[in-house]
Design a protein around this ligand. Structure first.
Ligand SMILES: [Fe+2]
Ligand SMILES: [Fe+2]
Length: 198
């Protein structure tokens, strides 16, 4: 039986050890997300250690193929919806969260939820989870590749809910325009964040 991990700094250490054998490119992305989450935590006066720990563990399974994600999700009893069967990439968050709880012994609901829903966001997201979500989406490398994200990065300095709504609107519009399915959690999150905007 693994000891339960409740301290965000210890949780971050467990994630760092786990990430050590992941592809280098993924490790560099995760480091940038940690820095971004630390920055947004400072700007918005959030719990920095919680933000950085969730950032450290958010992409533990981002390198897996669709087939691997489906198989591992079944193994760790992650519920798989029709929407996720259509787009298994979404499972890398819920899978990382389930693995963190069951294998690493992570016992911290904010961190586990931030990791689980970092692809779609969640209507009940805390500011800490939103900071991690946004730090992932505005990774400077991603902004370089898609300059439209600069507006999301600028908004994140002012208001996390407005920035997340803006990000989700961009992505949902792109998915609608190209005829791809929308994930219901992304739609519900966008609506919830609109209501929270100043
Ligand atoms: Fe991810
Ligand atoms: Fe990521």
């Amino acid at each position: 039986m693994t000891a339960m991990l409740t301290d965000p700094q210890e949780i971050r250490g467990a994630f760092a050890a786990e990430m050590a054998d992941r592809p280098k490119k993924l490790q560099r992305h995760v480091k940038r997300v940690e820095l971004g989450a630390r920055h947004l935590a400072a700007v918005h006066e959030l719990d920095r250690d919680v933000c950085v720990a969730a950032a450290a563990g958010h992409d533990l399974f981002r390198h897996c193929s669709d087939a691997e994600l489906l198989a591992l999700s079944r193994h760790y009893r992650v519920p798989i919806s029709r929407d996720e069967e259509d787009a298994p990439i979404v499972l890398h968050g819920p899978l990382a969260s389930a693995y963190s709880r069951e294998v690493l012994g992570v016992d911290h609901e904010i961190i586990l939820d931030a990791i689980a829903y970092h692809t779609t966001a969640h209507p009940d997201y805390t500011p800490e989870s939103l900071a991690v979500f946004l730090a992932d989406k505005i990774d400077p490398r991603k902004v370089q590749a898609d300059p439209g994200l600069a507006a999301v990065a600028a908004a994140a300095e002012q208001d996390l809910y407005a920035a997340a709504a803006l990000f989700l609107e961009r992505r949902l519009s792109a998915q609608l325009n190209s005829g791809r399915p929308l994930h219901p959690l992304a739609v519900a999150s966008r609506n919830a964040f609109l209501r929270r905007m100043p």
